[in-house]
Design a protein around this ligand. Structure first.
Ligand code: NAD
Length: 354
Protein backbone atom coordinates (compact mmCIF):
# COMPACT_ATOMS: atom_id res chain seq x y z
CA UNK A 1 0.00 0.00 0.00
CA UNK A 2 1.13 3.50 -0.68
CA UNK A 3 1.21 6.14 2.06
CA UNK A 4 -2.19 7.77 2.50
CA UNK A 5 -0.74 11.24 2.80
CA UNK A 6 0.98 11.20 -0.59
CA UNK A 7 -2.27 10.37 -2.40
CA UNK A 8 -3.61 13.25 -4.54
CA UNK A 9 -6.99 12.93 -2.77
CA UNK A 10 -5.49 13.33 0.69
CA UNK A 11 -6.95 16.58 2.05
CA UNK A 12 -5.58 16.87 5.57
CA UNK A 13 -7.82 14.01 6.69
CA UNK A 14 -7.79 13.84 10.49
CA UNK A 15 -7.41 10.08 10.58
CA UNK A 16 -7.09 7.28 8.05
CA UNK A 17 -7.03 3.77 9.43
CA UNK A 18 -6.20 0.50 7.73
CA UNK A 19 -7.98 -2.39 9.44
CA UNK A 20 -6.90 -6.02 9.12
CA UNK A 21 -8.50 -8.90 10.97
CA UNK A 22 -6.92 -12.21 10.01
CA UNK A 23 -9.54 -14.39 11.69
CA UNK A 24 -12.49 -13.02 9.71
CA UNK A 25 -10.55 -11.90 6.63
CA UNK A 26 -11.62 -8.27 7.10
CA UNK A 27 -9.63 -5.64 5.24
CA UNK A 28 -11.08 -2.15 5.52
CA UNK A 29 -10.13 1.49 5.42
CA UNK A 30 -11.86 4.02 7.65
CA UNK A 31 -11.22 7.64 6.72
CA UNK A 32 -12.21 10.53 8.96
CA UNK A 33 -11.92 13.74 7.00
CA UNK A 34 -13.23 16.24 9.55
CA UNK A 35 -14.87 16.08 12.96
CA UNK A 36 -15.06 19.87 13.22
CA UNK A 37 -18.88 19.88 13.31
CA UNK A 38 -19.38 16.54 15.08
CA UNK A 39 -18.61 12.84 14.71
CA UNK A 40 -17.59 11.83 11.20
CA UNK A 41 -20.71 10.31 9.65
CA UNK A 42 -20.87 8.39 6.39
CA UNK A 43 -21.73 4.94 5.15
CA UNK A 44 -19.71 1.80 4.68
CA UNK A 45 -19.07 0.60 1.14
CA UNK A 46 -18.43 -3.08 0.41
CA UNK A 47 -16.71 -3.36 -2.94
CA UNK A 48 -14.15 -5.37 -4.87
CA UNK A 49 -11.37 -2.96 -5.86
CA UNK A 50 -8.93 -4.04 -8.56
CA UNK A 51 -6.07 -2.33 -6.67
CA UNK A 52 -5.77 -1.33 -2.98
CA UNK A 53 -4.99 2.24 -4.07
CA UNK A 54 -8.47 2.45 -5.62
CA UNK A 55 -9.95 1.69 -2.19
CA UNK A 56 -7.77 4.35 -0.54
CA UNK A 57 -8.82 6.88 -3.16
CA UNK A 58 -12.51 6.05 -2.65
CA UNK A 59 -12.24 6.36 1.14
CA UNK A 60 -10.38 9.68 0.93
CA UNK A 61 -12.72 11.23 -1.66
CA UNK A 62 -15.95 9.92 -0.17
CA UNK A 63 -15.09 10.98 3.40
CA UNK A 64 -14.28 14.53 2.24
CA UNK A 65 -17.57 14.50 0.32
CA UNK A 66 -19.37 13.54 3.54
CA UNK A 67 -17.78 16.48 5.42
CA UNK A 68 -19.11 18.81 2.74
CA UNK A 69 -22.50 17.11 2.52
CA UNK A 70 -23.16 17.08 6.27
CA UNK A 71 -22.01 20.67 6.67
CA UNK A 72 -24.21 21.92 3.82
CA UNK A 73 -27.19 19.99 5.20
CA UNK A 74 -26.82 21.88 8.48
CA UNK A 75 -26.12 18.69 10.44
CA UNK A 76 -23.97 18.59 13.58
CA UNK A 77 -21.86 15.85 11.98
CA UNK A 78 -18.43 15.68 10.40
CA UNK A 79 -17.36 13.55 7.46
CA UNK A 80 -16.19 9.96 7.45
CA UNK A 81 -16.45 6.89 5.27
CA UNK A 82 -15.47 3.24 5.47
CA UNK A 83 -14.68 0.87 2.66
CA UNK A 84 -14.50 -2.86 3.17
CA UNK A 85 -12.38 -4.53 0.49
CA UNK A 86 -14.32 -7.50 -0.83
CA UNK A 87 -12.22 -10.41 -2.04
CA UNK A 88 -13.01 -12.03 -5.37
CA UNK A 89 -15.52 -14.42 -3.80
CA UNK A 90 -17.43 -11.39 -2.48
CA UNK A 91 -18.37 -13.37 0.63
CA UNK A 92 -19.62 -11.00 3.31
CA UNK A 93 -19.69 -13.17 6.43
CA UNK A 94 -21.20 -12.44 9.82
CA UNK A 95 -17.71 -12.68 11.39
CA UNK A 96 -16.41 -10.05 8.96
CA UNK A 97 -19.24 -7.63 9.73
CA UNK A 98 -18.80 -8.22 13.47
CA UNK A 99 -15.06 -7.52 13.23
CA UNK A 100 -15.91 -4.34 11.35
CA UNK A 101 -18.36 -3.39 14.11
CA UNK A 102 -15.60 -3.89 16.71
CA UNK A 103 -13.36 -1.51 14.77
CA UNK A 104 -16.05 1.17 14.54
CA UNK A 105 -16.65 0.73 18.26
CA UNK A 106 -12.96 1.15 19.07
CA UNK A 107 -13.10 4.61 17.50
CA UNK A 108 -15.32 5.56 20.45
CA UNK A 109 -17.91 7.53 18.47
CA UNK A 110 -15.56 9.59 16.29
CA UNK A 111 -17.03 7.67 13.33
CA UNK A 112 -20.72 6.82 12.83
CA UNK A 113 -21.53 4.34 10.07
CA UNK A 114 -24.56 3.39 7.96
CA UNK A 115 -25.33 1.63 4.66
CA UNK A 116 -23.66 2.43 1.37
CA UNK A 117 -23.16 0.51 -1.87
CA UNK A 118 -22.96 -3.23 -1.16
CA UNK A 119 -24.18 -2.98 2.44
CA UNK A 120 -27.77 -3.74 3.38
CA UNK A 121 -29.96 -2.84 6.32
CA UNK A 122 -29.52 -6.43 7.57
CA UNK A 123 -25.72 -6.00 7.43
CA UNK A 124 -26.02 -2.87 9.57
CA UNK A 125 -28.08 -4.83 12.08
CA UNK A 126 -25.15 -7.28 12.37
CA UNK A 127 -22.68 -4.39 12.78
CA UNK A 128 -24.95 -2.93 15.48
CA UNK A 129 -24.47 -6.06 17.61
CA UNK A 130 -20.91 -4.79 18.22
CA UNK A 131 -21.28 -1.02 18.33
CA UNK A 132 -23.85 1.67 18.97
CA UNK A 133 -22.12 4.07 16.58
CA UNK A 134 -24.35 2.94 13.75
CA UNK A 135 -27.44 4.22 12.00
CA UNK A 136 -29.73 3.28 9.12
CA UNK A 137 -31.28 0.50 11.20
CA UNK A 138 -34.82 -0.79 10.63
CA UNK A 139 -37.50 1.71 11.59
CA UNK A 140 -39.58 1.09 14.69
CA UNK A 141 -42.86 2.96 14.99
CA UNK A 142 -45.00 4.70 12.39
CA UNK A 143 -43.53 8.21 12.65
CA UNK A 144 -39.97 7.14 13.34
CA UNK A 145 -37.15 8.30 11.08
CA UNK A 146 -34.43 6.02 9.80
CA UNK A 147 -34.12 2.81 7.85
CA UNK A 148 -33.17 2.74 4.18
CA UNK A 149 -31.97 6.25 3.26
CA UNK A 150 -32.81 5.81 -0.46
CA UNK A 151 -36.40 7.15 -0.37
CA UNK A 152 -35.26 10.22 1.63
CA UNK A 153 -32.49 10.89 -0.86
CA UNK A 154 -35.07 10.69 -3.66
CA UNK A 155 -37.32 13.14 -1.81
CA UNK A 156 -34.51 15.71 -1.53
CA UNK A 157 -33.64 15.39 -5.23
CA UNK A 158 -37.31 15.83 -6.13
CA UNK A 159 -37.42 19.13 -4.18
CA UNK A 160 -34.10 20.16 -5.75
CA UNK A 161 -35.28 19.46 -9.30
CA UNK A 162 -38.42 21.50 -8.73
CA UNK A 163 -36.25 24.41 -7.51
CA UNK A 164 -33.97 24.08 -10.55
CA UNK A 165 -36.91 24.05 -12.96
CA UNK A 166 -38.29 27.18 -11.31
CA UNK A 167 -34.88 28.89 -11.32
CA UNK A 168 -33.79 28.06 -14.85
CA UNK A 169 -37.06 27.65 -16.75
CA UNK A 170 -39.35 29.86 -14.64
CA UNK A 171 -41.88 27.03 -14.26
CA UNK A 172 -43.63 26.45 -10.96
CA UNK A 173 -45.34 23.25 -12.11
CA UNK A 174 -43.69 19.98 -13.15
CA UNK A 175 -46.59 19.12 -15.43
CA UNK A 176 -45.10 18.14 -18.80
CA UNK A 177 -41.51 18.92 -17.73
CA UNK A 178 -39.28 16.30 -19.36
CA UNK A 179 -36.77 14.52 -17.08
CA UNK A 180 -34.21 11.94 -18.24
CA UNK A 181 -33.34 9.66 -15.33
CA UNK A 182 -30.09 7.67 -15.52
CA UNK A 183 -30.32 4.73 -13.11
CA UNK A 184 -33.60 3.39 -11.76
CA UNK A 185 -32.40 1.80 -8.53
CA UNK A 186 -33.40 2.83 -5.05
CA UNK A 187 -32.94 6.58 -5.60
CA UNK A 188 -33.81 6.83 -9.32
CA UNK A 189 -37.03 4.82 -9.04
CA UNK A 190 -38.18 6.75 -5.95
CA UNK A 191 -37.49 10.02 -7.73
CA UNK A 192 -39.29 8.92 -10.89
CA UNK A 193 -42.41 8.00 -8.88
CA UNK A 194 -42.49 11.41 -7.18
CA UNK A 195 -42.04 13.20 -10.52
CA UNK A 196 -44.70 11.08 -12.24
CA UNK A 197 -47.20 12.09 -9.57
CA UNK A 198 -46.68 15.71 -10.68
CA UNK A 199 -47.25 14.91 -14.36
CA UNK A 200 -43.60 15.08 -15.45
CA UNK A 201 -42.63 13.36 -18.70
CA UNK A 202 -40.08 10.63 -17.96
CA UNK A 203 -37.34 8.97 -20.01
CA UNK A 204 -35.55 6.23 -18.07
CA UNK A 205 -32.45 4.08 -18.52
CA UNK A 206 -30.71 1.42 -16.48
CA UNK A 207 -28.05 -1.20 -17.24
CA UNK A 208 -30.72 -3.60 -16.00
CA UNK A 209 -32.91 -2.73 -18.98
CA UNK A 210 -35.89 -4.66 -17.56
CA UNK A 211 -35.81 -2.46 -14.45
CA UNK A 212 -36.11 0.75 -16.50
CA UNK A 213 -38.69 -0.80 -18.84
CA UNK A 214 -40.86 -2.02 -15.93
CA UNK A 215 -40.79 1.38 -14.27
CA UNK A 216 -41.55 3.13 -17.57
CA UNK A 217 -44.60 0.88 -18.01
CA UNK A 218 -45.75 1.56 -14.44
CA UNK A 219 -45.36 5.33 -14.70
CA UNK A 220 -46.21 5.88 -18.36
CA UNK A 221 -42.70 6.93 -19.40
CA UNK A 222 -40.27 5.73 -22.04
CA UNK A 223 -37.25 3.48 -21.49
CA UNK A 224 -34.14 4.04 -23.60
CA UNK A 225 -30.69 2.47 -23.75
CA UNK A 226 -27.93 3.50 -21.33
CA UNK A 227 -25.90 4.74 -24.32
CA UNK A 228 -28.49 7.32 -25.27
CA UNK A 229 -29.81 8.65 -21.93
CA UNK A 230 -27.20 11.39 -21.54
CA UNK A 231 -27.99 12.83 -24.96
CA UNK A 232 -31.78 12.90 -24.60
CA UNK A 233 -33.24 16.31 -25.45
CA UNK A 234 -35.09 17.18 -22.26
CA UNK A 235 -35.47 19.78 -19.51
CA UNK A 236 -33.53 17.97 -16.78
CA UNK A 237 -30.87 15.28 -16.96
CA UNK A 238 -30.89 13.46 -13.61
CA UNK A 239 -27.92 11.15 -12.94
CA UNK A 240 -28.76 8.53 -10.32
CA UNK A 241 -26.37 5.72 -11.12
CA UNK A 242 -22.62 6.18 -11.28
CA UNK A 243 -20.19 8.98 -10.47
CA UNK A 244 -17.74 10.68 -12.87
CA UNK A 245 -20.25 10.82 -15.74
CA UNK A 246 -19.65 14.54 -16.28
CA UNK A 247 -16.34 14.27 -18.14
CA UNK A 248 -15.40 16.06 -21.38
CA UNK A 249 -17.38 13.64 -23.51
CA UNK A 250 -20.39 13.38 -21.19
CA UNK A 251 -20.74 17.16 -20.88
CA UNK A 252 -20.54 17.59 -24.66
CA UNK A 253 -23.41 15.12 -25.12
CA UNK A 254 -25.86 16.84 -22.76
CA UNK A 255 -29.01 18.25 -24.37
CA UNK A 256 -30.60 19.56 -21.17
CA UNK A 257 -30.48 23.01 -19.56
CA UNK A 258 -30.36 21.44 -16.06
CA UNK A 259 -28.34 18.63 -14.45
CA UNK A 260 -29.74 17.59 -11.08
CA UNK A 261 -29.48 14.10 -9.64
CA UNK A 262 -28.35 11.98 -6.74
CA UNK A 263 -25.23 10.15 -7.93
CA UNK A 264 -22.17 10.94 -5.82
CA UNK A 265 -19.13 12.61 -7.43
CA UNK A 266 -20.79 13.36 -10.77
CA UNK A 267 -18.01 15.67 -11.95
CA UNK A 268 -15.10 13.57 -13.23
CA UNK A 269 -12.55 16.23 -12.20
CA UNK A 270 -12.44 19.66 -10.68
CA UNK A 271 -12.86 21.99 -13.63
CA UNK A 272 -15.68 19.99 -15.17
CA UNK A 273 -18.15 22.09 -13.18
CA UNK A 274 -16.88 25.16 -15.04
CA UNK A 275 -17.25 23.28 -18.33
CA UNK A 276 -20.92 22.54 -17.49
CA UNK A 277 -21.48 26.21 -16.63
CA UNK A 278 -19.82 27.33 -19.89
CA UNK A 279 -22.47 25.36 -21.76
CA UNK A 280 -25.12 27.40 -19.93
CA UNK A 281 -26.32 24.38 -17.97
CA UNK A 282 -27.57 24.84 -14.41
CA UNK A 283 -25.87 22.29 -12.16
CA UNK A 284 -27.14 21.22 -8.72
CA UNK A 285 -24.03 20.21 -6.73
CA UNK A 286 -24.45 16.50 -6.00
CA UNK A 287 -23.68 16.53 -2.28
CA UNK A 288 -26.16 19.34 -1.69
CA UNK A 289 -29.11 17.86 -3.60
CA UNK A 290 -28.55 14.26 -2.46
CA UNK A 291 -28.36 14.96 1.30
CA UNK A 292 -31.86 13.60 2.11
CA UNK A 293 -30.55 10.16 3.04
CA UNK A 294 -27.87 11.41 5.42
CA UNK A 295 -30.36 13.79 7.00
CA UNK A 296 -32.55 10.79 7.84
CA UNK A 297 -29.58 8.72 9.04
CA UNK A 298 -28.25 11.58 11.19
CA UNK A 299 -31.62 12.40 12.77
CA UNK A 300 -32.12 8.73 13.59
CA UNK A 301 -28.67 8.58 15.22
CA UNK A 302 -28.97 11.84 17.14
CA UNK A 303 -32.41 10.94 18.51
CA UNK A 304 -31.13 7.54 19.63
CA UNK A 305 -28.19 9.16 21.44
CA UNK A 306 -30.58 11.37 23.35
CA UNK A 307 -32.86 8.46 24.16
CA UNK A 308 -35.71 10.07 22.25
CA UNK A 309 -37.85 8.67 19.46
CA UNK A 310 -36.78 9.89 16.01
CA UNK A 311 -39.26 12.05 14.15
CA UNK A 312 -39.96 11.65 10.46
CA UNK A 313 -41.58 15.08 10.27
CA UNK A 314 -38.35 16.73 11.43
CA UNK A 315 -36.51 14.79 8.70
CA UNK A 316 -39.01 15.96 6.06
CA UNK A 317 -38.70 19.56 7.29
CA UNK A 318 -34.92 19.48 6.97
CA UNK A 319 -35.06 17.85 3.54
CA UNK A 320 -37.45 20.57 2.37
CA UNK A 321 -34.64 23.10 3.02
CA UNK A 322 -32.43 21.64 0.28
CA UNK A 323 -33.90 24.02 -2.36
CA UNK A 324 -32.99 27.08 -0.24
CA UNK A 325 -29.34 26.03 -0.19
CA UNK A 326 -29.36 25.39 -3.92
CA UNK A 327 -30.91 28.81 -4.57
CA UNK A 328 -28.19 30.46 -2.48
CA UNK A 329 -25.48 28.61 -4.41
CA UNK A 330 -26.96 29.43 -7.83
CA UNK A 331 -27.40 33.07 -6.87
CA UNK A 332 -23.80 33.38 -5.69
CA UNK A 333 -22.63 31.58 -8.80
CA UNK A 334 -24.49 34.04 -11.03
CA UNK A 335 -23.21 37.04 -9.09
CA UNK A 336 -19.57 35.94 -9.06
CA UNK A 337 -19.24 33.93 -12.29
CA UNK A 338 -17.84 31.03 -10.25
CA UNK A 339 -19.39 27.66 -11.15
CA UNK A 340 -21.96 26.26 -8.74
CA UNK A 341 -19.81 23.30 -7.66
CA UNK A 342 -16.96 25.63 -6.69
CA UNK A 343 -19.34 27.97 -4.85
CA UNK A 344 -20.69 24.99 -2.86
CA UNK A 345 -17.16 23.74 -2.08
CA UNK A 346 -16.22 27.19 -0.78
CA UNK A 347 -19.30 27.38 1.43
CA UNK A 348 -18.70 23.87 2.79
CA UNK A 349 -15.01 24.50 3.48
CA UNK A 350 -15.88 27.60 5.45
CA UNK A 351 -18.42 25.66 7.51
CA UNK A 352 -15.86 22.99 8.44
CA UNK A 353 -13.25 25.58 9.38
CA UNK A 354 -10.90 25.03 6.44
P1 NAD B 1 -28.84 1.42 -6.54
O1 NAD B 1 -27.74 0.41 -6.63
O2 NAD B 1 -30.11 1.05 -5.86
O3 NAD B 1 -29.23 1.94 -8.01
C1 NAD B 1 -28.31 2.27 -8.97
C2 NAD B 1 -28.93 1.89 -10.31
O4 NAD B 1 -28.10 2.37 -11.37
C3 NAD B 1 -29.05 0.37 -10.50
O5 NAD B 1 -30.36 0.05 -10.91
C4 NAD B 1 -28.02 0.07 -11.59
O6 NAD B 1 -28.39 -1.02 -12.41
C5 NAD B 1 -28.03 1.37 -12.36
N1 NAD B 1 -26.83 1.61 -13.18
C6 NAD B 1 -25.54 1.29 -12.92
N2 NAD B 1 -24.75 1.72 -13.93
C7 NAD B 1 -25.55 2.34 -14.82
C8 NAD B 1 -25.34 2.99 -16.06
N3 NAD B 1 -24.12 3.10 -16.59
N4 NAD B 1 -26.40 3.52 -16.71
C9 NAD B 1 -27.65 3.43 -16.19
N5 NAD B 1 -27.92 2.80 -15.03
C10 NAD B 1 -26.89 2.27 -14.36
O7 NAD B 1 -28.15 2.70 -5.86
P2 NAD B 1 -28.91 3.94 -5.23
O8 NAD B 1 -28.94 3.78 -3.76
O9 NAD B 1 -30.14 4.21 -6.01
O10 NAD B 1 -27.83 5.10 -5.51
C11 NAD B 1 -27.72 5.70 -6.79
C12 NAD B 1 -26.66 6.78 -6.74
O11 NAD B 1 -26.99 7.75 -5.75
C13 NAD B 1 -25.26 6.28 -6.35
O12 NAD B 1 -24.29 7.06 -7.03
C14 NAD B 1 -25.18 6.56 -4.86
O13 NAD B 1 -23.84 6.72 -4.44
C15 NAD B 1 -25.93 7.87 -4.81
N6 NAD B 1 -26.52 8.16 -3.50
C16 NAD B 1 -27.39 7.29 -2.93
C17 NAD B 1 -27.94 7.59 -1.69
C18 NAD B 1 -28.94 6.69 -1.04
O14 NAD B 1 -29.54 7.11 -0.04
N7 NAD B 1 -29.17 5.48 -1.53
C19 NAD B 1 -27.60 8.79 -1.03
C20 NAD B 1 -26.72 9.68 -1.66
C21 NAD B 1 -26.18 9.34 -2.90
Amino acid sequence: MTAFWTEPDFDDHEQVQLVRDRASGLTAIIALHSTHLGPGAGGTRYWHYPEPKDAIRDALRLSRGMSYKNAMAGLPMGGGKAVILADKSGEKTQALLEAFGDTVNALGGRYVTAEDVGISEADMVTVSTRTRYVSGLPVSGENAAGGDPGPFTAMGIYHGIKAAVQHKLGKSSMDGVHIAVQGTGSVGSGLARLLARDGAKLTLADIHADRAAGLARELGGEAVSTDTIMGVQCDVFSPNALGAILDDEGIARLQAPIVAGGANNQLARQGHGARVAERGILYAPDYVINAGGIISVAMEYLAKRQGEPSDINEVRKRIAKIPERLQEIWQQSEETGVSSDAVADGMAQKLIGR
